[in-house]
Design a protein around this ligand. Structure first.
Ligand SMILES: Nc1ncnc2c1ncn2[C@@H]1O[C@H](COP(=O)(O)OP(=O)(O)OP(=O)(O)O)[C@@H](O)[C@H]1O
Ligand SMILES: [Mg+2]
Length: 282
């Protein structure tokens, strides 16, 4: 995909919101990584999709994964909540730890892991249920509410935090699919946060949305990163610059470079990163 973007545009956009409030350098000093990927190699049958990925993801920050189509961004995301387990023929080698605990260790409860690591997909995918039941779904399965009042509280709080409650409070029993695309995506985010995950993975969450709905989701990502560790895959350099504190650039299955977003976009070390962010490859 050709990115019609100039180098100076990226630099201007890289004045991201969170770094103004909370200097990135300061945060780096006090935090240990939330997620550590060490020598991750992923294969689909005989075809290798990721090569020796070493990447630390910092807690309560937004990390953007960028890179050309097919470079392995989604594959890497799926390593974190073991969604690759669901793909026949897919093998993951290497170590991936959350809070220092091996996600691939024997005896890890994958259902529990996926409750700790929520996921929001490119296309909003509300369940064929009411708005209320969409958000209540995970809380019910994981037994987070002891009675109906508790459940209502979880639903209302999650919708509020996803910035959707005011728009849907009079139609909670209507189908989730009756909402607009941007509202459906916020519903999916409400559904993800209702079970209090520690990490939220977002795979191109705005690619099906208009600029207004996109801005709404970006504000939300910014707010959510106060409490959650967020990884967002995006094809928009401007979006990566606006929402993330850190950026990792993937190319042909390799992690080429990662670091503070402002540095990656202003003074990338690798020629491939430079070529990608200025629209010369990808
Ligand atoms: N289920 C699968 N079976 C076989 N190969 C796959 C599968 N999913 C991904 N791949 C391959 O693995 C490589 C990485 O794909 P992946 O979906 O991770 O890329 P991506 O960076 O997310 O791309 P995009 O930006 O287009 O979403 C590609 O070559 C792709 O064809
Ligand atoms: Mg993808």
């Amino acid at each position: 995909m050709a990115l019609n973007i100039s180098e100076s545009a990226v630099t201007v956009e890289s004045q991201n919101r969170r770094s103004e409030k909370r200097p990135v350098g300061e945060v780096m000093l006090v935090r240990r990584p939330k997620i550590t990927a060490s020598n991750i190699n992923v294969y689909y049958g005989n075809k290798q999709a990721l090569f020796d990925i070493n990447l630390d993801i910092h807690e309560r920050q937004v990390t953007a994964l960028i890179g050309p189509s097919g470079c392995g961004k989604t594959t890497f995301l799926r390593c974190i909540n073991r969604m690759n387990d669901l793909i026949p023929g897919c093998r993951v080698k290497g170590d991936l730890a959350i809070n220092g605990e091996d996600v691939y260790a024997k005896g890890v409860d994958v259902v529990c892991l996926r409750a700790r690591v929520g996921m929001v997909f490119q296309k909003p995918n509300p369940f064929p249920k009411s708005i209320f039941d969409n958000v209540a779904y995970g809380a019910r399965i994981h037994g987070l509410a002891s009675n109906g009042t508790d459940l209502e509280e979880i639903v209302v709080k999650s919708l509020e935090r996803a910035g959707l409650f005011a728009e849907v409070k009079d139609r909670l029993l209507e189908p989730g699919t009756s909402l607009s695309g941007g509202q459906q995506q916020r519903l999916c985010i409400a559904r993800a946060i209702a079970i209090e995950p520690e990490i939220i993975l977002m795979d191109e969450p705005c690619s099906a949305l208009d600029p207004i709905a996109t801005a709404r989701i970006e504000e939300l990502i910014d707010e959510l990163s106060q409490n959650y560790t967020i990884i967002i895959v995006t094809h928009s350099m401007q979006q990566a610059a606006r929402v993330s504190q850190r950026t990792a650039f993937f190319h042909l299955g390799y992690l080429v470079e990662d670091g503070e977003t402002e540095v990656i976009f202003s003074t990338p070390e690798d020629e491939r990163t430079k070529a990608y962010i200025t629209g010369r490859i990808g």
